[in-house]
Design a binder for this molecule. Sequence first.
Ligand code: AMP
Length: 487
Amino acid sequence: MSDSSRTTDRTPNRTSERRRRRPQHSRGNGTAGAPRRGPAPEPTVKTELDRLLDDAQNAPAPDIASFAETGLPTPLVEALAAQGMKKPFAIQARTLPDALAGRDILGRAQTGSGKTLGFGLPMLARLSGGKRASGTPRGLVLVPTRELAKQVADALTVLGGPVGVRIATVFGGAPINRQISDLQRGVDMVVATPGRLIDLMNRRAVTLEQVRITVLDEADYMADLGFLPAVTRIMDATPDGGQRMLFSATLDRGVDRLVARYLTDPSVHAVAPAASPVESMDHKVFTVQSEHKVAVAAEVAARPGRTLFFVRTKHGADRLAKQLERQGVEAATIHGNLGQNARQRALDAFTSGRPRVLVATDVAARGIHVDDVDLVVHFDPPNDHKDYLNRSGRTARAGTSGTVVALVQPEQARGMSRLHREARVVADVTVVHPGHDAVREIATSGTPVVIRPLQRPDRSTRPAGRGGPNRSSKGRRQTAADRGRRR
Ligand code: AMP
């Protein structure tokens, strides 16, 4: 966390003003009167919000047959159609009417569900036609990682053009001066990670005084990464009374406090995870002696489908990629020690199908959407059942099925079985060795990857100059807030 953000976990006057205006709980119509802070015990707050989200998820989705019916501006509907998108996904059908009307939104939906457009389309529609000024966005999307920032900005930029909404991206690990000049050219919306945005606020390269729509995406992940003080500071810098949308998979770890503090009478929307682990994934445990683990991993990695390996540490990621390569399997790596450019290159290469294997730390487990990953391998055990589900959720996306394999040494078996129980997952356990039938079966499984042309890197992913992975173009180290808690 940058020094300036560390001191900001306070309640400024205008926040107390928001609290005074906030209505009490209202239970009908998918509406949550945000709970009052103070005497209410925290577990009750969580339970109540969770219950509202569960109710919202169980409520029938509005029957909206096409984007044209939603009241979106015609150029936006046409731009969507040009991309083959005609009918809103469930989360979009749920959020669009309220979000277009300017309501605050509390949403529970995962990456892959279409939530980017769930919040992005109303933003584009509402910001369209407004006055653009230098360094003064009117829309702000806060996301936990650089990859997600780029992904969200890419998705919205193609649609922003036709309605005259200019989007700038702000994240650490990329040259700050380029971001400053982008902001100076005039901007309607900024997609940002918290640390770099605070740097830019401190340099007065950007002011949030005119922000009228703010989105907090993957709020629980931001909490995990220690971003909440930075998020609080940023939210406090946006004017009171604007529209706010918060999306989170869970409401613990302080997310409920963000909801209470910053959302006013939100409408609550939820969709079931795009891929339910129990229903659409096949969970397996391969118990293997430690001396055979790499050989089994290499055999599995040589399969024709796309495979994502998860390891615990950055060094572990590099080591496994080298070990696989020694066995003839090419693998890309993605972890927190790599600069933005290298991380994006790895992700682009994996998406394009060359190589078919990506070795990642948990930094890649959330928020990143890569199609057609039909096998996730937990090479190292995850920290807890949530990480297990997040990692595993990179497969079986958008209604497809997938396989999840945990490679477990005998002494880790008991911990893994507890973790499966907590994740409510039933897994087949097999004691294997290299060449074992169960290993062969996985090694020959998967849809053969069709290699797609690599996308040309855009402006925001050009090399960061001589700065190196953790440095800005001026050689200044990134703030801790930008890096988050790297794994
Ligand atoms: P997201 O969860 O926002 O990352 O979206 C996941 C994927 O679904 C992206 O590749 C989107 O382009 C795609 N997508 C989102 N909404 C629609 C839609 N209404 N119709 C077709 N594809 C969509």
